[in-house]
Structures are given as C-alpha cells and as structure tokens.
Design a protein around this ligand. Structure first.
Ligand code: UDP
Ligand code: MN
Length: 204
C-alpha cells in the first residue's frame, strides 16, 4: 500500500474512469448500494493523493455507486470536522439519493476488501483497527467508545440525531458527541471484526 502518491499517480491507479464529482458506478451491473463519502479536509496535500488513489479502486472493487465529497475548510479558524461532515452530508444530498454516508478521514486507508461499505440497519463504526494501535481496537473512554476516523450511517440515522455537532473547534470530541447522539436515540453501533476493519493510518 502506498502512503504517498501524487494526484497524477492516483489518476493512474483508479481515478482514470471516475466521472466528474468524484463519482463512479459499475457498467456491467446495477450497483446494490449508493454510497456518499464526505471527507473533511484542509491542508493535507501530502495525503489526499494516496487517499484518492487507494479509495477509488477499493470502492470500485465493491461495485458501489459512490461519490467522494472532499469538503475543504477555508481560512485560519481551528478545524471543525463535525461542521465539515454536515456540509458534506447536505451537499451530497443534492446529488442523491444515497443508501448511506461513509464519513471518512483523509488519512485512513482500508486494507481488507472484505470491509464492505454497505448500508447497515444501525450506524457502523468502520475505523476499528488502525495501524497506529498495531491493529488493536482503539480504546475510547470507559463511558464513550471510539466512533472516530471512519463511520457509516443511513440518511435516516443522520436526520434522527440531527447530524454532527457544529460546536467542536479544533481537535477531537465531535466523534464522542455523535456516539452519545446515536445512543440517546436508542440506536446501536455496529462494528466489523477486527481482522476485517483494518486501516493504514498515514502518519501526520
Ligand atoms: N483534517 C484535515 N486538516 C487538518 C485537520 C484535520 O484535513 O488540519 C481532517 C483529515 O481528514 C483528518 C481528519 O480531519 O484525517 C481528522 O483529523 P486528524 O487526523 O488530525 O485526527 P486524529 O487522527 O488524530 O483523530
Ligand atoms: Mn488522523
């Protein structure tokens, strides 16, 4: 797996057949799932090539009808991941409908083709086992399990919990807040097994 790739190299890897809007669907069959991928982004040029060069072929092997939405924050304010994911959700809807939304950090590269980005009846935490913890499950706090990195929800879930909080400026806690929102509405959080839900996290 390449952790560094220019956009030109990424193009060769699997972006060549991607349509405008970061969209692709299989020609030889009707895709079972339509998946929107909002990605919060600012100032990570060294990561975005490897991300797109890896994720496009990964999603294409799953024969999904998908679109990647890179949502870039302007200006010098602290980063606001939750707000960017909300923007991505709302903008994606204009191109929808989508069966589900996979909210995706730009530095997370899924390693296992069995890790399916499919719609699930409950919110699915995808980034279970990153390389940075030596592929052990990330320990959240004792009361709030980890929900960061990459997570997938149906549109109805996102609406039910009123999206992500816009109030977390700077690093962290918007993912914990989302876990609380999900639980407070009586939803569960599902996870794929640890040997499937593996990610290379590009160091930054
Ligand atoms: N991010 C970004 N630019 C920044 C900070 C964050 O693009 O300056 C995005 C990027 O998608 C990143 C995600 O927000 O993967 C989460 O931030 P970070 O990777 O720093 O958080 P951590 O992995 O430490 O939870
Ligand atoms: Mn990261």
């Amino acid at each position: 797996m390449k952790k560094y790739m220019t956009l030109d190299e990424a193009e060769v890897q699997g972006m060549a057949r991607v349509r405008s809007g970061g969209r692709w669907w299989p020609e030889e069959c009707e895709a079972r799932w339509r998946v929107a991928i909002p990605v919060p982004y600012r100032d990570r040029e060294s990561q975005v090539g490897a991300f797109l060069g890896h994720l496009h072929p990964f999603l294409q092997r799953q024969q999904l009808n998908y679109s990647i939405f890179l949502v870039e924050q302007q200006g010098k304010d602290p980063f606001n991941r939750g707000a960017l994911l909300n923007v991505g959700f709302l903008e994606a809807q204009k191109k929808g409908p989508w069966d589900c939304y996979a909210f995706h950090d730009v530095d997370m590269l899924p390693e296992n083709d069995h890790h399916l980005y499919h719609r699930t009846p409950q919110p699915l935490h995808l980034a279970v086992a990153p390389s940075t913890t030596n592929y052990r499950s990330v320990e959240g706090s004792p009361t709030i399990p980890y929900f960061g990195g990459v997570s997938l929800m149906m549109e109805a879930h996102v609406r039910l919990v009123n999206g992500w909080s816009n109030l977390y400026w700077g690093w962290g806690a918007e993912d914990d807040d989302m876990w609380i929102r999900i639980k407070s509405k009586g939803l569960a959080v599902w996870r794929h097994p640890i040997d499937v839900a593996r990610y290379t996290m590009i160091q930054h």
